[in-house]
Structure formats: C-alpha cells, structure tokens
Design a protein around this ligand. Structure first.
Ligand code: XXG
Ligand code: FE2
Length: 354
C-alpha cells in the first residue's frame, strides 16, 4: 500500500509507550534526581533540555526534561510501526476533530517526522517512527547500579471519564487487560496495552486531564528494595510516596516516588504476558482491598488526589475538569491508628472526631 492509498481513517499501528516530555522548574535539581539518584543514562544535553534513556533502550530517549515556569507534562509519545503510521495518526485524530500539529523535523532532539495531537481526553500525545538509534546498554553491567532501570514501561493518565477514555484507546487498537469497577458499572481505572505486557497506558478516574505517573521497569523486586535503601541512606526518604509493595492489578512489584517538582515516577517489575488475542481481561471490584496492593496496605490519599498538569499544543496548561462519577479511595485509618485521612488529603485525629 503506498502512502496515497492508505486508509485515512485507519488507526496507526502503535508499538509502545516511548517517551515523556516533562517540564521541570529547576533542571539541575531534576538532573540530580533522574541521573544521579535513579541512574538514567544521558543521551544528550543541550540548550533545549536533557534527553535520558533506560539501560535497554535503543532509541534516543525515554524522557526529556525541559526547564519551564510551571511543572507539567508537555506530551506523552508513542512509537508507531512505520512512517505511514504517522500519517495515519494525524488523519485518525483530525477525523475526530482533534487539533493536530505535524513537524517533519520532530518535536525533540533525536526524533524525526512526528505528529502531536490533542486527544479527545485532552492529552497531548505524539506519534513518531523515525528516531536516532543509540547503544543498548543491557550487557554494560559496569553501568548498572543498585537499581538498573531497564525500560520505560507505561504512562498513567488521569481522566474524569474512564469509560470514554477506554473506548478511545480501544479504537486506536489498544487492548484492555484489567480494570476496576463497581456493581453499578462505574469504571474507576483501566489498563490498556499495545506491547505484550499489562499496559502501555493506564487511565485513572479523577480530575483531568493530568499525568498521574510514568513508570520505569527494573529487573527484580530486590532492585526496588535497593532503591528504598539508597533513598534512606541519602536522607531522601521524603521522595517515597507509596510502597514498596505488590500490586493486585498487574501483579507487579512497585514503588512510587515524587520527583523534586512533584511528578510521580513508578518503579515497576514483573507483570505478566498478555500477547494472545484471547488474553482474559481481569476486572477488580472497587471494594476489593487487594486490588491496588495485594498485601492490603492502604493507598496514601495523595496518590489518588495529586497529579501533574498537562500542556496543550501551545504549551499552556490544560484546564482540569472535575470527575463527576464516584471517586475511588475514601477514608482510611493512618498507620498510627489515630489519624483519618480522606482522599482529598484532609486529616482529623480519632480523639477529636469522636
Ligand atoms: O501500573 C500500575 C498502576 O497503574 O500504577 C497501579 C499497576 C497497578 C496499579 S494498582 O494500584 O491498581 O495496583
Ligand atoms: Fe503504573
């Protein structure tokens, strides 16, 4: 099929979640976190930003850090199978009435022809194929440190209407692997993928559009624990937000950190294969206490409430629209046994409440 005869309404063939374009307010402070603490590899540093990659990555970068006035996510980017799929991504979103911007020279260093779109959920998403290739450092054990970050695993996006977001991603060819629902059919969260793992993109129900987190995978659960030990030794334990633990959804071992600007980063390992066409979808009940932590540990309220702003194609923060459907989370008793916290972060002491 030549470029002119391609079906203009066909979905692009998305390969995987490839990189995130993040705005940080202090580039030096962010570099310290992502390079010196997390050990991401610097592919390039110039006046436009810092381009970082994971150890197994062979494309130019998985993360761009740019300095800006407000911490935000400028774009989440997917790699597509062929150059024609960039055309398809543009036509697909234009047909939905979405705003699109095509740049033959790419939006970031190392990336060729790409299109960015404001998708129906309000996220700025990029689709590209052409990219500079770099050395895969899998066998460079001399560069692997306590917690080797092997790959970018997924993005997690906050949106008020998860069912609508899910329908959009499925129309783009994503496969649903897991979700959280209640008995009334309300969907609280969903996990969808293109590669053969649990997800490339997850949707979390909440005020949005906002970026909930990006996740890097490491090799083994002990590598996650090693990062906790390192952060403790550095006196940077304040960067740990949730975990370590075992997810119910995805079965992965996890840790959530907040970077110095508050962007949330997950360290993730050991989810499962989902590549067969009849891979069974796992639906969790929102009342199941093991859904988000297999060991039953409560989720800290700010994990539900807080997320990063996202930028539109002009670089302006998108308006955050409240979720109208019921929210996940609710009231939890704190680890001290006295403090109640709601999912909006309000705190009351047991003694004063009763
Ligand atoms: O990647 C993930 C998550 O979206 O970060 C969260 C897998 C599972 C979960 S959950 O908290 O639902 O266990
Ligand atoms: Fe995640």
């Amino acid at each position: 099929m030549n470029r002119m005869s391609a079906d203009r309404s066909a979905a692009p063939d998305v390969l995987r979640a490839a990189y995130v374009d993040l705005v940080v307010t202090d580039l030096a402070r962010a570099r310290d976190f992502y390079v010196d603490v997390l050990g991401l590899v610097v592919t390039r540093e110039d006046e436009s930003g810092i381009y970082l990659r994971t150890l197994e990555e062979f494309i130019h970068h998985n993360l761009v850090l740019r300095q800006g006035p407000v911490a935000a996510c400028a774009a989440v980017a997917y790699r597509v199978r062929t150059p024609d799929d960039v055309d398809r991504a543009e036509a697909f979103h234009a047909a939905l009435g979405c705003r699109t911007e095509r740049r033959r020279g790419g939006f970031a260093s190392g990336i060729g022809d790409a299109v960015r779109v404001e998708d129906p959920m309000g996220f700025t998403c990029e689709y590209f194929h052409d990219v500079a290739l770099v050395d895969r450092l899998t066998w460079r054990y001399d560069l692997h440190r306590g917690t080797p970050l092997a790959r970018l695993d997924h993005f997690n996006l906050v949106t008020p209407d998860v069912a609508r977001g899910c329908a959009h991603l499925r129309s783009l060819g994503f496969r649903l692997t897991e979700d959280i629902q209640d008995g009334d059919g309300v969907t609280y969260a969903a996990w969808l993928g293109r590669k053969q793992t649990v997800h490339d993109t997850a949707l979390t129900g909440g005020d949005g559009p906002r970026l909930h987190h990006l996740a890097f995978s490491t090799y083994e659960s002990h590598h996650v624990l090693a990062l906790c030990d390192l952060l403790g030794a550095l006196g940077r334990h304040d960067l740990i937000e949730r975990g370590p633990g075992r997810h119910g959804v995805s079965n992965a071992f996890y840790l959530y950190l907040r970077d110095p600007d508050g962007h949330r980063i997950e360290i993730y390992t050991h989810d499962y294969y989902t590549g067969d066409p009849d891979n069974p979808v796992v639906t969790w009940d929102v009342g199941d206490e093991q859904r988000r932590d297999w060991w039953g540990n409560p989720v800290v309220p700010r994990w539900y409430a807080e997320a990063s702003l996202v930028l539109d194609l002009d670089g302006n923060p998108r308006e955050v629209v409240p979720r109208t459907e019921p929210r996940e989370g609710g009231v939890r008793v704190g680890a001290d046994g006295f403090t109640f916290r709601t999912d909006t972060g309000e705190e009351t002491k047991l003694g004063t409440q009763l």
